[in-house]
Ligand binder design. Sequence first.
Ligand code: PLP
Length: 358
Amino acid sequence: MTTPSTPQPRSHIREIPAYVPGKPPTPRPDLVTYKLSSNENPYPPLPGVVDAARGAVDLMNRYPDMGNATLYAGLAARLGVPVEDLAAGTGSVALIYQLLAAFCDPGDEVVYAWRSFEAYPIAVTSAGAVSVQVPLTDDARHDLDAMAAAITDRTKVVIVCTPNNPTGPSVTQTELDAFLATVPPHVVVVVDEAYLEFVRMPDAVDGLATYRAHPNVVLFRTFSKAYGLAGFRVGYAVAHSEIAAALRAVSLPFGVSAVAQVAAVASLEAESALLERVDALVAERDRVGAALREVGWDVPEAQGNFFWFALGERTAEFAAACDEAGIVVRPFAGEGCRVSVGEPEANDRLVEVAARFA
Ligand SMILES: *Cc1c(COP(=O)(O)O)cnc(C)c1O
């Protein structure tokens, strides 16, 4: 081998796909514009959460509590789990990286549905592991039988995203139980519950009961979506203590900032007020879903705070029409658009645009 003349990143680094963030809306003099491209909570933060975070700002010359002690205590009390079963991260995206760093050797396989959360292939490739993407069913759901069949001797991790970003459906507890019964006990199963709080369906997944029953299950949850703290970067995992300890061992030291820790704890304390807002968003989601069906759109079952439009070749055209109407959506070139549930005015504009594409 010849020695290169410049520093070379490891060979898989070149293969990492780019993350496409949701765009902010183009400012318009004539129109209030709305961002429906990142599944954010459209409500402003609760005053108590802002006040708590302000208190932490005065201590910015100090490192945060690396042990996240107050946050872990709050979560443990809220969820009824031991502190040893928790691992916090800078958003649950970071926990995906941590899990892969802790469990995958180069070339190990990670099975997940596709299309699903776009951070998965980025994190898997970054870890030097190999993505095994299992196509969704025709109604945009996880094909758990096919995912079980995709597990090989090299599989270390399987990710179940429920509700699935960007398509919307959730798996049921019955489906998840049947799937878990087939997964070898040494394979880690991530249940990514980023949109948990928005789920309203019979036979919904009970993540905590599932983790209690399965030592290889890890729940990933986040304060970014229902709790409205996307800008502060804080999420957590719940898993049996060996897995949780591995996640904490590879975490970025002092990763979760003091403002994020304080805001997360204040959010847990303000949970009933926050969950009222979630109820309002769910009601709005269901109103918009009915309106979309009325104008002729058969969107997949939306259990999160977003809708999926399988537009194929018309994806870019739809996204441009939305832009024109003052709402920015998240296009996936050649496949479709994901549109977050936002303010009622924004959602009404979405229905108007969608009607023209029905
Ligand atoms: C938004 C999202 C997350 C979490 O994002 P963080 O802001 O990093 O906590 C995780 N999984 C899915 C599927 C998501 O859509």
